[in-house]
Design a protein around this ligand. Sequence first.
Ligand code: PXP
Length: 251
Amino acid sequence: MNQTLTPSHLRLGVNIDHVATIRNARGGDRPDPVRAAEIVASVGGDGITAHLREDRRHIRDEDLARIQAATNLPLNLEMAATREMLDIALRHKPHAACIVPEKREERTTEGGLDAAGMHNTLVPICEELRAAGIRVSLFIEADERQLEAALRLGAPVVEFHTGEYAHAFLDGDAERVTRELRRITDMAALAAKNGIEPHAGHGLTFDNVQPIAAIPQIAELNIGHYLIGEAVFVGLENAIRRMRELMDEAR
Ligand code: PXP
C-alpha cells in the first residue's frame, strides 16, 4: 500500500500564531509561542505551523529559530510568495513551506492562493525552496484549475482551504456544507491520484473537523485559532488531545 497517498495516521499540525498574537497585544515576551510548541510536542502533535506575516502581527522573525531549537517537530512555515519571505525560509530551512496568499488588511488568510494566475511568480520560488530541501506546499481552494497549476509547479503537497466549508458549517447551511465537502473530497482524491499529498486547514473546530478528517487521502490538518481559543478554557494540552481524539475517531 502506498503510505503517502492513503495515510492511516492523519497528522495534526498545530498553528501557534495566536499565542504570539496575545503576546504582542501587550508587548513583552509572554505568552511565549515556544512554550506552546513544547506543549504540542509533549502531547504528540505532529508538527508546528507558523505564519510569518509581512506585518509581523503575530510570529516574528526571531521566533522561528527559537521554535526550531525548542522541539524536533517539523516546522511548516506559512509564507507569502515574496523575495523577503523566500530569503527567510532559505535561512531557516524549515521542514516545509506553505505558500499562502497575503493581503495586509485581511484579518486572516482569506481564500486560497491563485496558483494558476501566479504561475510565473511561483516557479522560481518553488524551485529555490525545493533546491534547499524544503518541502513546498500551496494553500489553494479545492478547485481543479488550482490543482492543475500545483501539478505544473511540481508541488508535492497542496493544502486545501477549508474556510468556505467552515463558514457554511457556522451558518448551519447544510446544502453548502455538503457542496464544500464534496469539492474537497473530490479534489483530495484527484490530488492523490496525481501524486500530490493533500492537506487541509482553516477554520477547523471540534464541531466541524470530523467530515474533513474522514477524507481518506488527506494526510495532514493544520489547525490554529480554535485550538488556541479553547486552550484559554481547557489548556492547550487538553484542546490538542480532544482534537486528536476526534480526528482518530473520524478516520
Ligand atoms: N493553514 C493555513 C495555510 C493557514 O494560513 C491557516 C491560518 O493561518 C491555517 C491552516 C489555520 O487556520 P485556523 O487558524 O483557522 O485554524
